[in-house]
Design a protein around this ligand. Structure first.
Ligand SMILES: Cc1ncc(COP(=O)(O)O)c(C=O)c1O
Length: 381
């Protein structure tokens, strides 16, 4: 059995440190916010090459509060991609604003910067590029359009802890960066968690208030806020795990390079790392038009896979009211139909990788068509 992620293996490797950190919180009884959360905020913001970090209860809340700090509300539009987890669009919806989608670039799976201008209207307030699978979106042209048109850029970096674009960390490139610490993420809590990082002191101050009932001081509610506080136990666990994140990220990158090597010249459509990025491989997705067959066959051999994500947001029933139709975002729709995420976690062994690759290559040999076969792994990592 090869799991899709192996949180048990990770816990076994850091058990002593994590257990001690949890014990510390139990003794201090600082269960919500508190010293561990404050220290983690500083440490994670520094890791992201950003000035301020505000811990919240989920990545979705991070996006929601970043949008509110940018003054996004009813009547506004926010441009993002449909090939993402539903939370990106949900956070826009929470503010009363409308998500407006642009298609992805099929090579990187990220926002196509060339599609942004034509989606801008007088109501557009912000752009949310998503660093999908752990690879930063092409931020320079996105930031250029935003600057020219006076728009705020909020990075959805929920899958991109430690990723880099031209030597700069994901989350520090736009006006604000939002992270999720959902357990399966590259930096995962033992429960839920999220953070906004920003270089802007005013945004930071507003988000800090909004996450804790809009209070400047206890019971002094200056804004209509939320209960989006990060728990003390999560702060303590995340501090321990942050110390290992670089080693884990390098292990993921090595596992991805191993997959690339094993798949070379097999016709399997492997992911492409774009120039100038440090891809952190939250997900390693191959492409096949015969996805269901592959997934079932791998499952039968004890190899777990995932699909991120099978339906682009514009075609989800929950967002039918936005009025989009099938065919409007062909690259997103095709990616959603073809991607298959292979087991990917830092502890993945060479033997496990070889077993996965052998099985996938056999399936590829059986398949008559290999969509995405053009997508060769880039040497630049
Ligand atoms: C791209 C993306 N955006 C937003 C989120 C929302 O994060 P959370 O699950 O912590 O609310 C996630 C993770 O689930 C995600 O992958």
């Amino acid at each position: 059995m090869i799991p899709f992620v192996d949180l048990k293996a990770q816990y076994a490797s850091i058990k002593h440190e994590v257990d001690a950190a949890i014990q510390g919180v139990l003794e201090s009884c600082q269960f919500t916010l508190g010293g561990e959360v404050a220290a983690f905020e500083q440490e994670f913001a520094a890791y992201c090459q950003s000035k301020h970090g505000i811990g919240v209860n989920t990545g979705t809340s991070a996006l929601h509060l970043a949008l509110l700090a940018a003054n996004v509300g009813p009547g506004d539009e926010v441009i993002t991609v449909p090939f993402t987890f539903v939370a990106t669009a949900a956070a826009i919806h929470y503010t009363g604003a409308k998500p407006v989608f642009v298609d992805i670039d099929p090579k990187s799976f990220n926002m196509d910067p060339g599609a942004i201008e034509s989606a801008i209207t007088t109501r557009t307030k912000a752009i949310i590029p998503v660093h999908l699978y752990g690879q930063p979106a092409d931020m320079d042209p996105i930031l250029q359009v935003a600057k020219k048109r006076g728009l705020i850029v909020i990075e959805d970096a929920c899958q991109a802890h430690g990723a880099q674009y031209k030597g700069r960390r994901a989350g520090s490139l736009g006006d604000m960066g939002c992270f999720s610490f959902y357990p399966g993420k590259n930096l995962g809590a033992y429960g839920e968690g999220g953070m906004v990082v920003t270089g802007n002191a005013e945004y930071a101050r507003t988000i800090r208030m909004l996450r804790d009932w809009g209070a400047e001081k206890k019971y002094q509610h200056v804004l209509k806020g939320y209960n989006y506080r990060l728990e003390g136990l999560q702060g303590a666990v995340l501090r321990v795990k942050l110390r290992h994140l670089e080693a884990w990220t390098e292990a993921r990158r090595a596992a991805a390079a191993r997959y690339d090597r094993l798949f070379a010249d097999s016709g399997v459509g492997t992911p492409m790392a774009m120039p100038h990025v440090r891809h952190v491989y939250h997900i390693y997705a191959v492409r096949t038009p015969e996805r269901q067959k592959w997934q079932d066959a791998l499952q039968a051999r004890g190899i777990q896979t995932g699909i991120h994500y099978p339906i682009p947001v514009h075609l989800l029933p929950a967002y039918a009211d936005l009025g989009y139709k099938a065919g409007q975002f062909p690259h997103s729709e095709r990616a959603a139909a073809e991607v298959l995420s292979l087991p990917m976690f830092p502890e993945l062994t060479a033997e496990q990788s070889q077993m996965v690759c052998r099985a996938v290559k056999e399936l590829a040999a059986e398949s008559s068509v290999h969509a995405g076969g053009k997508l060769k792994a880039s040497a630049k990592r």
